[in-house]
Design a binder for this molecule. Structure first.
Ligand code: ARG
Length: 598
């Protein structure tokens, strides 16, 4: 068993001894923020003490008295307000690295209780080009799905395409009255976007170009579509097919795959039954001609998503599930989707990755679902993110103020990376430079998106994200390639990447402080993966890998590898190899490819 797992298990036992009623599943260890104090830390005792109105330091001392970790840890200290710090014994550290070098693990373990987890991400809207806003959902969702899968969960990825809804009324009017076949052939999404923009410009009563006749026609076309009109359905299918082709190209470039692409339209036949059931059970009510879910008073107003504070008063904030014209909407679709995922995929957890503007929608959705199925144990998470800003601090746009299309952004990344590679390694054949530029360009964009705290906006800067030094994808890819070149130079393990050193040493010698620091950091990989999965934050892993590369540099600059004596050389090669493997695996779950040579 890995040290952090062993410590966690023993800690949970000790807590159970002291507090027999405690839910010890919440007692977890995390990497110690400052290595001065140890390798692992837990703060769980403080919250246990708080709810019991106990003195946290006393509780910590009682737990330590029952704790049996002497075989793998130094003496455990109570710190601060009741933290416990653990420091792994050198012999345990060495043994764990040795078992990793024999290929028995890579510092993480599969979850003891694997869950069925649905990740709902990307989910662009049909007939609109994917723009930079969709990139965060796609990249974050993909890396969370990869991390959860690596940890042994059964993951189902689902692209919940916006392929049904009011935009189609307008699109149909545009298609029937304004379509330019040549433009459609040349760039289908651009043409559909033009149609949509032109017609929607006439459908907003408060805007200058408003035209009542167009609005009426859009409504009629939508009703016809939803009632199964053959002509409209055929056009709608064309629009979906054309959009899908373009989405697929982008996903291919990003290396993102989905298990399912059940768009909103898939749930259309189920919506009436869902709304009826909610009405019958009294969860939804008539509200000004519409059907909606309102507060039932069971949640304190400040946490109740069905109430909103206005002018000193709490007023209803209804979750409308059927509009007054009888039409179903985003909310009813999401309720049906949730039920389907539970019935069909037996989901234990659903993760929705969208931008922060949908927070209220998901709060209401989750609360509505809890009332509908109070018995359900499902974990529901809205993983939301902020916006991408230009260097002027305003939403990221082209110079002429248009939203940036994802395809153009990826092209530019590859072009810029190609220039950099050509400057750095002009001797490489052009095809190879293009391949490196493809990998580096796409990775740089992905990493820039994953690195910031997802809930904050971030400024998009080409120079920053492509920099070879700094916390960037190219820096980490370069660190990996550099380690691989040590193996080439040492003439060991050339060929299949990455290969453990040829002479598997019987004992690892960790003596220099840089060796120890690197080894201890390697040990944390699994805990960091777990933290990413628990909090849905890939940035933890970005920072971990960046620190890993930094510690590796410290080690490599101070501890000769190829030039040292055979035994030491073999031992240091193990450190090199494990670092390369953790880098590769870590980048892989971020959706980032590595190169053997850069
Ligand atoms: N299509 C939506 C959008 O572009 C995102 C859908 C997210 N998933 C969901 N189940 N609501 O905003």
């Amino acid at each position: 068993m890995l040290p952090h797992k062993l410590i966690e298990q023993r800690l949970q036992q000790a807590v159970k001894n002291v507090l027999p009623d405690a839910d010890v599943a919440t007692v977890l260890v995390r990497p110690c923020p400052d290595p001065k104090f140890g390798d692992y830390q837990t703060n769980a005792l403080m919250s246990l003490a708080k709810v019991r109105k106990m003195n946290p330091r006393q509780l910590a001392a009682d737990v330590v008295a029952k704790l049996e970790v002497g075989d793998c840890c130094e003496k455990v200290d109570v710190a601060g307000a009741g933290f416990l710090n653990f420091r792994v014994k050198p012999a345990t550290l060495t043994a764990t690295l040795e078992s990793a070098s024999r290929g028995e693990h890579l510092f993480f373990e599969a979850a003891r209780q694997p869950r069925d987890i649905v990740v709902d991400f990307s989910s662009p809207n049909v007939a609109k080009p994917m723009h930079v806003g969709h990139i965060r959902s796609t990249i974050l969702g993909d890396s969370l799905a990869r991390t959860l899968r690596l940890l042994g969960h059964r993951v189902i990825t689902d692209n919940h395409l916006g392929d049904w809804g009011t935009q189609f009324g307008m699109l149909l009017v545009g298609w029937k009255t304004l379509l330019d076949p040549a433009s459609l052939q040349a760039d289908p999404l651009a043409e559909m976007e033009r149609l949509y923009k032109t017609i929607s410009g006439q459908c907003h009563p408060e805007k200058p170009g408003f035209n009542q006749a167009t609005l009426d026609r859009a409504r009629t076309e939508l009703v016809k579509l939803q009632a199964g009109d053959e002509e409209n359905l055929a056009i709608w299918r064309d629009m979906i097919r054309l959009s899908q082709t373009q989405f697929e190209t982008i996903y291919g470039r990003l290396g993102v795959k989905f298990d399912h692409t059940l768009g909103e339209s898939f749930y259309h036949p189920r919506l009436r039954a869902v709304v009826d059931e909610l009405m019958r059970s009294g969860i939804a009510t008539e509200s000004r001609g519409a059907r909606a879910i309102l507060s039932d008073g069971s949640i304190p107003p400040k946490d109740d998503p069905f109430l909103i504070h206005k002018e000193g008063e709490w007023i209803p904030n209804p979750f409308i599930i059927q509009k007054s014209d009888g039409g179903f909407n985003y909310a009813s679709t999401d309720l049906a989707t949730l039920a389907y995922r539970i019935e069909t995929w037996h989901a234990d957890e659903i993760i929705y990755v969208t931008d922060g503007r949908q927070q209220l929608h998901f709060q209401q959705l989750f609360a509505a679902f809890r009332r509908w199925h109070p018995e359900s144990k499902i974990r529901l998470a809205h993983v939301w993110f902020g916006s991408i800003l230009g260097e002027d601090g305003k939403p990221f746009k082209t110079r002429s103020g248009e939203t940036i299309r994802l395809a153009d952004l990826l092209d530019e990344a590859e072009e810029r990376a190609f220039k950099l590679v050509s400057e750095k390694s002009p001797e490489l054949p052009e095809a190879e430079r293009h391949e490196i530029a493809r990998v580096v360009g796409i990775s740089a964009i992905k990493y820039a998106d994953l690195l910031p705290n997802r809930q904050s906006d971030y400024v998009f800067s080409w120079d920053k994200l492509l920099a070879l030094n700094g916390n960037t994808a190219p820096y980490l890819q370069y660190a990996y390639a550099r380690i691989r070149s040590i193996f080439r130079k040492g003439n060991v393990g050339q060929g299949v990447p990455p290969v453990p050193p040829t002479q598997s040493p019987t004992s690892l010698q960790l003596a220099a402080p840089e060796e120890l620091a690197l080894a201890r950091h390697l040990l944390n990989f699994g805990l960091v993966l777990e933290a990413v999965a628990e909090d849905y934050r890939p940035n933890f892993l970005c920072n971990y890998l960046y620190d890993l590369a930094g510690r590796f540099t410290g080690f490599y600059e101070n501890c000769p590898v190829l030039k040292s004596e055979p035994e030491q050389r073999a031992s240091r090669m193990v450190l090199c190899d494990l670092t390369a493997r953790v880098l590769k695996q870590g980048l892989d779950v971020l959706g980032i490819e590595t190169l053997e040579q850069m």
